[in-house]
Design a protein around this ligand. Structure first.
Ligand code: N01
Length: 490
């Protein structure tokens, strides 16, 4: 078994892991490693390569405040451009020597006053600090329809798109009408012979307003970085103000719902189809989708929407309940992810062998969204309740990385070795969060992926991002237990 000692181990080299690494480097911490299971960096943007993949947050905001990119080609740039942005960050900040690809972490155990991070190949990293940057939406949720193994064509999840697959002239079924489904359907509709969208629940859709930046605009952003920053802030505040829809029954919620209704009315002339596409839950309860061309795609002559539940899959196609079998060459499952399962696939044990899976058995939660009592010096990026439905998660990641740096500095300056949240502070934080969630559209009731089996929202932040920034900045040191090496916990 090979053994290495570093100060910080970051698990995962996606957007959040790379952000953490840059912040460490900028603040003079050079003893860190990024452990990545795949062959290259990128996380979500490496894995998701399906046709039409793009971010549903404008690119100038879906990039880091310390690494603006004047060269974005579109308001909503394609996934490949975001992947390139991440790879460029690695070169720009010279992170290459810190990144260990093909390193699958299987276990992280707190032993004595250190973390032992074990890889599948037997390598062990002994570290003071572990930062989990594994991402909440990583493991595909693949439905288990009867007869699925009988299907003779291609069955693909959106996050596992084979680069060689050509859907031209094929009969394609897309199952799911979430953020991925509404991107892929318009991207392939004009190439395929027939496209059937299998919709279980209609989603609220608002116009995206996508456009390409002209060369002139890109040049101006490059020449005047201040303009690029101003534009970014403009988008940020626009989304932040619109984010008032989170509050249940608020004026902005009503306004957003009427905007979505009008968009549907204007886009879909057919009454029967419009009826099928009208959601019956409050806007925001499930992620609000942004698309300029989804509704138009559904109006195409070679596209139809099937709302009857899927009954069985056969060798040649799909049969819905009460319907005949329809033949397909390709079935695309745009059925989303299993939130936080990736954190649970690694065996994480803290003080006294306390296991994270057991702690999270009843409810997934963390103090200030980043730390769990009993797990000293373990931090989560994009951890419980730090996802967003109205703005850019990169803002959250930056706030979290800054918080971690502040904690590391405090440890260093005071000659301390460990920090963990006090159980009572964690309890108070999460009780308040649960109360706050009740007044929002994220409070459950529509079967969204971001709630657990008890309808408790464990993924989304129920306030403005500014409030999150202040929450992460203004922590009280007394909420945490700080210790010197060798001291026993009390
Ligand atoms: O997944 P989803 P997604 N039979 O869970 C349906 C992020 N993202 O991959 O609503 C039939 O939203 C399911 O139906 P229902 C973003 O945060 C971001 O689209 O459960 N249908 C739903 O329609 C997003 O929220 C970007 O009734 C089944 C769909 O599949 C998250 O990823 C881009 C089914 C799943 O929708 C997930 O999005 C793309 C079954 N058995 C994704 N199981 C950005 O741009 C599920 N469905 C940042």
């Amino acid at each position: 078994m090979s053994r290495h000692e570093v100060r910080v181990a970051i698990l995962g080299a996606g957007m959040s892991g790379v952000c953490m690494a840059i912040q460490l480097k900028k603040r003079g911490y050079d003893s860190f490693v990024l452990l990545e299971k795949a062959g290259k960096v990128g996380g979500t943007w490496r894995e998701n390569t399906y046709p039409g993949v793009a971010c549903d947050v404008p690119s100038h905001l879906y990039s880091f405040s310390f690494a603006l990119n004047p060269q974005w080609t579109r308001m909503y740039s394609p996934g490949s451009e975001i992947q390139q942005y991440i790879e460029d960050l690695v070169s720009r900040y010279d992170l290459g020597s810190h990144i260990k690809c093909n390193s699958t972490v299987v276990r992280a155990s707190y032993v004595g006053n250190a973390w032992h991070v074990d890889l599948e190949d037997g390598t062990r990293y002994v570290t003071q600090v572990v930062v989990s940057a594994l991402g909440g939406l990583h493991i595909p949720s693949i439905p288990n329809f009867a007869g699925m193994s009988d299907f003779g064509g291609e069955f693909i999840h959106t996050a596992q798109w084979p680069s060689a697959l050509d859907v031209k002239g094929k009969r394609v079924a897309v199952i799911g009408t979430g953020a991925s489904g509404v991107q892929i359907a318009p991207a392939i509709a004009d190439q395929v012979a027939q496209l059937t969208v299998f919709q279980r629940t209609p989603a609220w859709v608002v116009p995206r307003g996508d456009f390409a930046f002209s060369n002139k605009a890109q040049e101006k952003f490059s020449t005047w970085p201040g303009l690029c920053r101003f534009y970014r802030w403009f988008i940020f505040w626009l989304l932040e103000i619109r984010g008032g829809f989170i509050k249940r029954d608020s004026r902005r919620n009503q306004w957003l719902e009427s905007t979505a209704r009008e968009f549907l009315l204007k886009s879909v002339a057919d009454d029967e189809l419009r009826q099928k596409l009208t959601p019956s839950f409050p806007i925001g309860c499930k992620r609000v989708l942004v698309s300029d061309d989804y509704y138009a795609t559904l109006m195409r002559p070679n596209v139809d929407v099937e709302t009857r539940p899927i009954g069985r899959i056969y060798e040649k196609g799909i049969q819905v309940e009460g319907g005949a079998m329809r033949e397909f060459d390709v079935i695309v499952a745009a059925t989303g992810f299993q939130p936080f399962v990736v954190n649970r696939s690694i065996d994480i044990s803290g003080r006294n062998g306390c296991n994270l899976n057991e702690v999270w058995q009843e409810r997934i939660s963390a103090h200030r969204t980043v730390m769990v009592p009993g797990f000293p010096n373990l931090f989560f990026l994009l951890g419980p309740n730090s996802g967003l439905g109205h703005n850019s998660v990169l803002f959250m990641i930056e706030s979290q990385a800054r918080f971690i740096i502040r904690v590391l500095r405090t440890l260093r300056r005071a000659g301390l070795s460990t920090v963990e949240p006090r159980a009572e502070a964690n309890e108070a934080f999460n009780c308040q969060l649960a109360t706050d969630l009740e007044n929002t559209v994220y409070g459950g009731g529509c079967g969204a992926w971001h709630t657990d089996s008890n309808d408790h929202n464990f993924t989304l932040w129920p306030h403005s991002t500014i409030r999150y920034y202040l929450t992460m900045r203004g922590f009280d040191p007394n909420e945490f237990l700080w210790q010197r090496s060798g001291a026993s916990s009390g």
